[in-house]
Design a binder for this molecule. Structure first.
Ligand code: ZN
Length: 408
């Protein structure tokens, strides 16, 4: 790290080499977080408050809230689902516990694992719910994979956009004002909000955090021209990205659409959700271990979420999903910090072979180009080059080398 980079980090209040003293999250995190005077991160502190909340009362608040949206002739609620453990849990609460008529909505990015596809297709059987699955053109998806990677180092940007656009489009089309999301990811991982804020979904959060400031129009030929990246053009027009379009304020206001998070109303725990839905609905975790994390019950809807997408997070920020999963499991008492560090050591740096080969074939790219583009996204506050190799400081207190640098 150069002196200028270090000064820039300090000006933002970030010490990139600092790690939480309770979990394993680094200061240079993909989700905004802060540390208190004990060196404990805001994600851990917000997680602590779960023990002080009257969850029975929260359950009553949720019932009162949804009662206002029950109808005699329409869907009562839209639930965005991937078919994952949390989707099953959300739908279980909505249909079995609250007795709501649910319309399930899925963005399908064409990357499901077989177990994920099995779970997804069974939702309309086990929950007696109607299910709309939005599947964009494969040609458009391949283009969006390449664009996401080259423009912002995230080939799965299309998925974030689809997941946070399709359910709102469907809610408007069917005139269903209430959408129920699962946990608020930034609240849960980084403690961006308190559980007492009862934060709801906003277009601002979608654009600025979930989509990192880009929207669908940035990826058309016209948009890339405006971004100053005409060389990346893929021939996409607005008509190719209709599935990605976020409705206008006027359209949303005309139905009064709002998005609540179930995580504010129940004592949310991903592991407990997985156990409950496996027992009740025969929901299946992955049968094959992932290359980059130890959990088998997460991200079955997209083989690249735990693979290339997550490897790119390591390239940018110096940590990956094994860190995220360890943080969650340390906070919920299922793992010690030392056990978490062992998981980080084992998985965070792994370049996923099976997944990378599939993706390079899918988008017709060479590994040489992949490595070269990756290195343009390395954050200098995390990474330094020593003797031609990338080096960073680790949560276990010493630096390590992580592969050859492909930039000068
Ligand atoms: Zn922490």
């Amino acid at each position: 790290m150069t002196a200028a980079d270090a000064a820039f980090s300090r000006s933002l209040g970030i010490n990139p080499m600092k790690y939480c003293s309770r979990c394993v999250v680094p200061g240079m995190s993909a989700v905004p977080l802060t540390f208190d005077d004990k060196g404990v991160c805001s994600g851990c502190r917000v997680s602590d408050t779960k023990a002080t909340i009257d969850w029975d009362k929260r359950g009553r608040l949720l019932r009162e809230l949804v009662d206002e949206y029950r109808t005699s002739s329409n869907y009562d609620i839209v639930i965005p689902v991937s078919g994952g453990k949390d989707s099953y849990y959300q739908t279980h609460v909505a249909t079995k516990e609250l007795g709501l008529k649910a319309l399930l909505v899925t963005y399908h990015g064409n990357n499901y694992l077989p177990e994920g596809e099995y779970n997804l297709q069974r939702m309309r059987e086990v929950f007696d719910a109607d299910h709309i699955i939005v599947r964009p053109s494969v040609e458009a998806l391949k283009k969006m994979n390449r664009l996401g990677f080259r423009i912002q180092g995230d080939m799965n940007w299309h998925a974030h956009c689809g997941i946070f656009s399709a359910p709102i489009q469907v809610a408007l089309r069917y005139k269903v004002p209430l959408i129920m999301w699962g946990e608020h990811g930034f609240l849960d991982l980084g403690g961006m909000y308190s559980l007492n804020d009862f934060v709801e979904f906003t277009a601002k959060h979608r654009l600025e955090h979930l989509l990192r400031g880009y929207d669908w129009y940035d990826f058309t030929d016209e948009g890339l021209e405006k971004l100053g990246r005409p060389e990346a053009k893929e021939g996409l027009t607005a008509k190719d990205l209709l599935w990605a379009k976020y409705p206008s304020d006027e359209e949303i206001d005309s139905i009064g659409v709002r998005g609540i998070y179930l995580g504010n109303f129940v004592n949310w725990d991903g592991n407990s959700n997985a156990e409950l839905v496996a027992a009740k609905y025969d929901w299946k975790a992955s049968e094959v271990p992932f290359e980059r994390t130890y959990r088998l019950a997460s991200n079955l809807d997209d083989m690249h979420e735990n693979g290339i997408h997550d490897y790119l997070k390591f390239v940018k920020f110096g940590y990956g999903r094994a860190t995220d999963h360890s943080c969650k499991d340390i906070r919920s008492g299922r793992m010690t910090r030392d056990e978490g560090i062992a998981m980080v050591r084992k998985y965070d740096h792994v370049k996923p072979r099976r997944d990378l080969e599939r993706w390079l074939t899918y988008v017709d790219m060479s590994e040489e180009e992949f490595d070269r583009v990756c290195d343009t996204f390395r954050d200098p506050r995390v990474w330094r080059i020593e003797d031609g190799y990338w080096v960073k400081d680790n949560v276990w207190g010493e630096p390590s080398q992580y592969g050859k640098a492909h930039v000068a």
